[in-house]
Ligand binder design. Sequence first.
Ligand code: SIN
Length: 276
Amino acid sequence: MTLHITRLEPTIGAEIAGIDLREPLTHALRDELRQLLLTHKVLFFRDQAINTEQQIAFAKEFGELYVHPTTQQNDPTKPQAHLIEAQDERKLYGPRISGRWHTDTSWLLQPTLGAVLRAVDLPEVGGDTLWADAGAVYRALPDDLRAEIDNLHVVHDFKKSLDKVGYDYPILAHPLVRTHPETGEDGLFINFSQNPSVIGWTPQQSKQLIDRLLLEFNKPEHQVRFKWRPGSVAFWDNRSTLHYPVYNYGDYPRRMERVLIAYDDIPHRVRAANAA
Ligand code: SIN
């Protein structure tokens, strides 16, 4: 099987053709895809008539799966496949006027490695998803700002949502700048949907910095935007990207299924310069 790779943006996003995700992966193909994921950060597949079981089997090739405590399932016998549905999200998080840049499960001590998302029911138009390259965003910051933020820790607070389902987990902070454990690339690790604030800074200082970082994530130069179609699948690295679901489809019950790949044995590194 020969993969056809079409880069979508200079540093992020590639469409992969020449593969049928219904079929089990050979070790060689799995390794090739993993390498492509590290290079392009988010991979897109079109026209894949896969079901939940095949989606789970594909994701499982890349690590143990993580069952998220707050998400619903389409099928309770397959808890690894999380139903992402606007109605449910509204119940859990309140009405959403716009998406937020986030990375999944960053509230965990060891956030998930990545995710496989499959379109199940799409609005006729709208409901795109954007991914931003967290390494490119970091590199685009002025030198003095990079130096200022290199040793900071930022809070990831998902407590309100976890409390709603009775899941007890402490609020924690991660280094704002992390080195990717496999590629060695430095990037920002922040979640704009989880009340980010800088440890040791005043709320005003914190807000000023968070707003500045958001400005950079919002630049289309660092992003890839995916238009879902029936049969579309996205596979991304949560360690090097943030993503943003676009809520522009009114009350349409857009439905997706997401499988999360748990962190593997490779611990993330704090930025090499800090560790020295
Ligand atoms: C997610 O935020 O994990 C899902 C993104 C989407 O629904 O487009």
